[in-house]
Design a protein around this ligand. Structure first.
Ligand SMILES: C[S@@+](CC[C@H](N)C(=O)[O-])C[C@H]1O[C@@H](n2cnc3c(N)ncnc32)[C@H](O)[C@@H]1O
Ligand code: SF4
Length: 228
C-alpha cells in the first residue's frame, strides 16, 4: 500500500477517534513490508492498536525488538508449515522463557498447548494458529475465498449468516471490499482516497447490504460460492 493511502487512512481513523485494532495485511505477508516498523510506530502514535498477522518467515529478534519499541500490540503467527523459521523459533524461545510454566517446554509443545488462544507475555498479546495441521487433517479453518480457490474442503458448510461483514477490509489501492474473502475486489463499497472511511462504512446502501448478509440473505454470487 502506498504511503499516501496509509497516511490518509490513519488520519481518517484519528478524525473519528478510532481506538480499535488495525492489522496491515490483506493477502500479503505483513513482515515482508520494508516499512512495517514505521507503520507500527505511526499507527500506535495515532492511538490505534497495531496487530500483526504473519507466517513468521521474516521474524528475527532484531525486528521483534524494533516492533515492540514501536508499540506492537499483538503478534499472531499463522503456522503454515511443519516447522517455523529458525529465527522465529529463537524469538519465541525468548518470549516463552519469560513464563515460568513454559520455560522448560519445547517451543513446538508450547505452540500446541496454546494453539488458537491469546496469551499475554510481557505486555504483548501473542497467538499462534496451526493452519498446517488443520490443512492436513480436518480443513476446518480454510475458506475457499468466495469460490476462488479450488480447495478440497471436507466441510460443505455454506454460511447461514455471515459475520465477516462486520469490519472493514481495505485492499492495497484503498478500496473497502465486501469482506476478507473478496480476493478480487468484486464488491467495492468505496475508496478511502475518494471518501472518508466513516462515510463509506455508514453509507445506507452499504449498511443495507452488510445487514442483509449478516442476517443470512446470501444472494450475491460470491456469497453463494463461499465456503467458510
Ligand atoms: C491471508 S493471511 C495474511 C497475513 C499473513 N501472511 C499470515 O500468513 O498470517 C491472514 C490470515 O488468513 C489465514 N488464511 C490463509 N489462507 C486462508 C484460507 N484459505 N482460509 C482461511 N484463512 C486463511 C492465514 O493463516 C492468516 O491467519
Ligand atoms: S458469505 Fe459473502 S460476505 Fe461472508 S465471507 Fe463469504 S463472500 Fe464474504
Amino acid at each position: 500500500m502506498r504511503d499516501e493511502i496509509i497516511n490518509t487512512l490513519i488520519n481518517q481513523l484519528q478524525e473519528i477517534n478510532f481506538k480499535g485494532t488495525l492489522a496491515p495485511h490483506m493477502y500479503g505477508e505483513t513482515l515482508a513490508h520494508p516499512q512495517i516498523v514505521e507503520i507500527t510506530d505511526k499507527v500506535t502514535k495515532a492511538g490505534i492498536k497495531l496487530v500483526i498477522y504473519t507466517n513468521a518467515d521474516y521474524l528475527t529478534q532484531e525486528l521483534m525488538d524494533k516492533l515492540r519499541a514501536a508499540g506492537l500490540y499483538k503478534l499472531s503467527i499463522s503456522k503454515h508449515s511443519k516447522n517455523l523459521s529458525k529465527t522465529s523459533m529463537e524469538v519465541l524461545r525468548g518470549l516463552f522463557d519469560k513464563i515460568s510454566d513454559y520455560k522448560h517446554l519445547k517451543i513446538m509443545d508450547i505452540c500446541k498447548q496454546i494453539n488458537g488462544k491469546d496469551i499475554e507475555i510481557d505486555g504483548l498479546i501473542f497467538k499462534i494458529v496451526d493452519f498446517y495441521t488443520d490443512f492436513n487433517t480436518n480443513k476446518e479453518m480454510l475458506h475457499n475465498r468466495g469460490g476462488e480457490l479450488d480447495l478440497e474442503l471436507k466441510k460443505n458448510s455454506r454460511p447461514v449468516g455471515c459475520s465477516y461483514v462486520l469490519y472493514p477490509v481495505i485492499d492495497v489501492e484503498g478500496n473497502i471490499v465486501l469482506c476478507c474473502n473478496d480476493y478480487k475486489g468484486k464488491h467495492i463499497l468505496g475508496n478511502v482516497m475518494e471518501r472518508h472511511i466513516y462515510d463509506i462504512w455508514t453509507d445506507p446502501n452499504n449498511v443495507w447490504l452488510r445487514n442483509k448478509i449478516y442476517r443470512g440473505s446470501l444472494d450475491l454470487q460470491i456469497c453463494q460460492e463461499c465456503v467458510l
